[in-house]
Design a protein around this ligand. Structure first.
Ligand code: PEP
Ligand code: MN
Length: 357
């Protein structure tokens, strides 16, 4: 190597170290500014300030770099600075395993969800009458189970379909819960109903159609009741996780996720059960996850095989709909189990559960 080349390279090495020193000095200043902004609850990204800095830098640019190149380089430096300013919660979501490595375990009516044992949530699609719910409750209770589901506010595709009994439905659930010592899970669709609903129910369900109803998520995050959050019809796992983050960010960490199938081009089933979402969510979050085999398949003949798949893949439990007389059910008639089918289903799924132990 020529002497000149060696000298130039030496100078370059020196300049590199000077740049390194300068960008780290800049980073320290950026961190200090970040602390001030945090105290004042200011947004970290300030587009007006960035524009001013870029303009000022380019005003002094004498080349040989072109302005566009300078823009690009400094934008990268600004971006790295912004990353440094982010608070911890912006780096890792509260629902993430990064934030909390151990599983969240939720205790409802003496049963624990998320501690490795299988849980079951059975009950009718919709609350239709006291007798209808009580018949299912009796079958649930007979199996030693503790959780009962039933919709009082039904988010139906058509406005002309049965919309649920509303508060009267919640009152029926409460009466049945007290009589049979069960905890009840019911969907709430309106943030304004949450306060009243928690008087009657043990778990607030947020349905697939409301997974991104952010006001509802925030309202559910503000009460001291477990929330069962269903995955949206066309929601990605990331969107699902962020919906859960809305709830936890308001203070309520008792969240159960529920995979209930997603919209695809497949028509053989009502939705496509995204079974691999279970281990993905287990890996990404510390929250328990149930699989709703009823709404994902929409087919009675697929309830058992998909429930088996759910347990085998590591879900914390299964949800399925049971109705004393599905043929005349006011909603989801084609997919609810009658009581004898339910008995058989439970026998087989618990048999698999024991074999998996
Ligand atoms: C339900 O569980 O009653 C229900 C309506 O399910 P989804 O929100 O998953 O469609
Ligand atoms: Mn249903």
């Amino acid at each position: 190597m020529s002497n000149q080349m060696e000298q130039l390279r030496e100078q370059l090495d020196e300049v590199n170290l000077e740049i390194l020193d300068l960008i780290n000095r800049r980073a320290e200043l950026v961190q200090e500014i970040g602390k001030v902004k945090s105290k004042q609850s200011m947004y970290k990204f300030d587009p007006v300030r960035e524009r001013e800095m870029l303009d000022n830098i380019k005003k002094h640019n004498t080349g040989p770099f072109e302005d566009a190149t300078i823009d690009h380089i400094f934008k990268e430096i600004f971006k790295a600075g912004l990353e440094l300013q982010k608070d911890d919660h912006q780096k890792a979501l509260l629902v993430s395993r990064k934030k909390q490595p151990e599983n969240t375990v939720i205790e409802i009516n003496g049963t624990k969800i998320g501690n490795g044992s299988a849980n079951y949530v059975f009950g009718p699609c919709a609350v239709e009458s006291y007798e209808q719910v009580a018949q299912v409750a009796e079958a649930v209770k007979a199996k030693g189970l503790k959780l009962l589901r039933g919709g009082a506010f039904k988010p139906r595709t058509s406005p002309y379909d049965f919309q649920g009994l509303g508060v009267e439905g919640l009152q029926i659930l409460k009466r049945v819960a007290d009589e049979y010592d069960l905890a009840v899970i019911s969907e709430i669709v309106n943030p304004a109903h949450i306060e009243e609903a928690v008087e009657y129910i043990d778990v607030i369900q947020i349905g697939a159609r409301n997974m991104q109803n952010f006001e509802l998520l925030k309202a559910a995050g503000e009460v001291d009741k477990p929330v069962l959050l269903k995955r949206g019809l066309s929601a990605t796992i990331q969107e699902f996780i962020n919906a859960a983050e809305y709830i936890i960010s308001r203070g309520n960490a008792n969240i159960i996720l529920c995979e209930r199938g997603i919209r695809t081009y497949e028509t053989a089933t009502r939705n496509t059960l995204d079974i691999s979402a279970v281990p993905v969510l287990k890996k990404e979050t510390h929250l328990p996850i149930l699989v709703d085999v009823t709404h994902s398949t929409g087919r009675r003949d697929l309830l058992l095989p998909t429930a088996k798949a759910a347990l085998a893949i590591g879900a914390d439990g299964v949800m399925a709909e049971v109705h004393p007389d599905p043929a005349v059910a006011l909603s989801d008639s084609a997919q609810q189990m009658d009581i004898p089918t339910f008995d058989k289903f439970f026998e087989e799924i618990t048999d698999l559960e024991n074999r998996l132990k």
